[in-house]
Design a protein around this ligand. Sequence first.
Ligand code: ARG
Length: 687
Amino acid sequence: MKKTILIIAALMAAFVARADEGMWLLPLLKSLNADVMAAEGCRLTPEQIYSVNQSSLKDAVVIFGRGCTGEIISEEGLLVTNHHCGYSSIQALSTPEHNYLMDGWWARSRAEEIPVPGLDVTFLVSMEDVSDRANAARDQEGGEGLQKFIEELENAASASNPGCEATVESFYSGNVYYLILYKKYDDVRFVGAPPSAVGKFGGDTDNWVWPRHTGDFSMFRVYDKDGKPLKPRRSLEISLKGVRENDFTMILGYPGSTQRYQTAAELETMLASQEVSIACRTIRQDVLKKWMAADPVIRLKYADKYADSSNGWKKWQGEKLSFERIGLLDQKRREEAAFQQWVDADTLRQRKYGSALREISAAASGSTGALCTAYLLFEAPFSIELPQLALQYLRAGMEDGDPGQVLAQYKDYDAAVDKDVARVMLDYYRKHASEAMALDSLGTGYERFADIDIDQYVDYLFAESAFTSREKLEKAAADTTFALQVLDDPAVVLANVMMGKMYGVIPALIMLQYGIPASRTYTAGLLEYYGDRPLYPDANFTMRLTYGKVLPYEPKDGLKYEYYTTLEGVMEKEIPGDMEFDVPSKLKQLYQARDYGRYADKKDGRLHLCFITDNDITGGNSGSPVLDADGRLVGLAFDGSWESMSSDVLFEPELTRCICVDIRYVLFCVDKLGGAGYLLKEMKIKK
Ligand code: ARG
């Protein structure tokens, strides 16, 4: 195990003086990053950031739910994350009468905090390099041997660490393996959030864009098994000092996925499948948008579904533009040609890596069609909720699951909206799917997909199915004949036909899930080839650290963006009554009175809202703590900038910026705007 680390350490040592690119592994900070971090201004030792035996900063950083980061900010389990990370939970708790999502809300006491069913928070306990054993298992017994080794290790580690979950994760495309221990808490309660007009100010228009004026935060509390507020191993101190240009910052969190080492062929495949998703979502989102604008009840029901869809949709469009601007594919091809030349210059290298690139290219290009087919299936018919509800309900009944969970989903379901979606998506699917993927046999009179009158079919589907509302379903399910009849329910028939088509795309999905086998060899080659380049592993939703600086940027010739924004900008952007740019009247009053209290900037007296840094983050990092040189919380990371949308694939130091909400704005929103200042008493706030 040491060997791998040492090789990587040596390879990276030469690089580290470069830009602030890199999502670094915590156990390697000491060997790889400590010197540069100190030179850039960090006043903490690697052990203060990551230690297995002592409490360290990493103990305050958690996985929030399924795909975000959060941090503990009090000794009583108080947690802060982004508003967009708490969004689905807050939405699930909201009703038109108690619309926490739109209106904001704060618990007035612990007793008022609201449990969020299904939400959990996960702490990292430890990480251990097990590459030597994993690679030995593979060398001796192939992929199955590796799989067996992983399973046995996970089981043994879970058994010897009660209360923990063990998982083995692969890094550098399967060249390095870590055994990771996690501890999960599933009693998480909603403490409060600002109204959407603050937490999501700017909406989709401002999403992925700087300058930004969003108070993107929400608060929860973690409870232990006895129902008492969790006593954490570590909670973060908060600094009210604010940030200045060139200040050192570091971010700990869970970046989800990057493609920094992918080949041009793989990127082309990725772009092609994203194109399919963009096209489908454009159509579906237009339908949702129309309904949401017309009806506040539907707006609430579909708020999270819409935000989730449009976030990726906008990201992929930005990525495409960025890639074109920098000529990414050509650049990649040139790099690959140089790599191949280096390989071919040496017989040993040739033997090890000679065919890797060719194999990757063949696998990637060979799967593009199947992958696009799969995306079309998932983004078009599978985006209709009705067959999904039917499928989930039947599954819950069969595999002693919980049909109640499916019934609960009807709170956020509207059959009229879904019917509209079904119409446009089936029509789109029919126009673009191959004959082999046609949804034939949808019922009597609807045998051939090609001949169906889609409007008529959708009318029939929604009129005849028992799954269009909770009431209808409960009534039907109470009937003793339900089990016999349900397989003929048109939504079940549709679901079955769709599932049948899914089998055809399974090979593409397996590749998507496990990657191309030759990637491992190629990455090993890259590790050897790029002696002096950043070879931290691609993001894989394990905890990482990125260090950097507060920095402005110049998105184009003659234009320079400041590194921070202030409340003035909210007033400038205000569009009264608008879904994205409305400003709460309380916020306006506070602005008019310049009533910022101790949250005002010490130098200019204004209220600073957001700032940017060149830290290296991606989706999954949302909610991550932005820490100063002493490890104190100065902000929360929540987005990237439009000009740096290439960053999952290529980090451009001059343009890549991480967008953060200033912790002073967060506390202002809790205290002055939300009237929940009592919460600040449990925080450790440093002036
Ligand atoms: N772009 C952010 C991310 O991927 C999400 C921002 C959510 N805001 C919104 N308007 N949808 O983490």
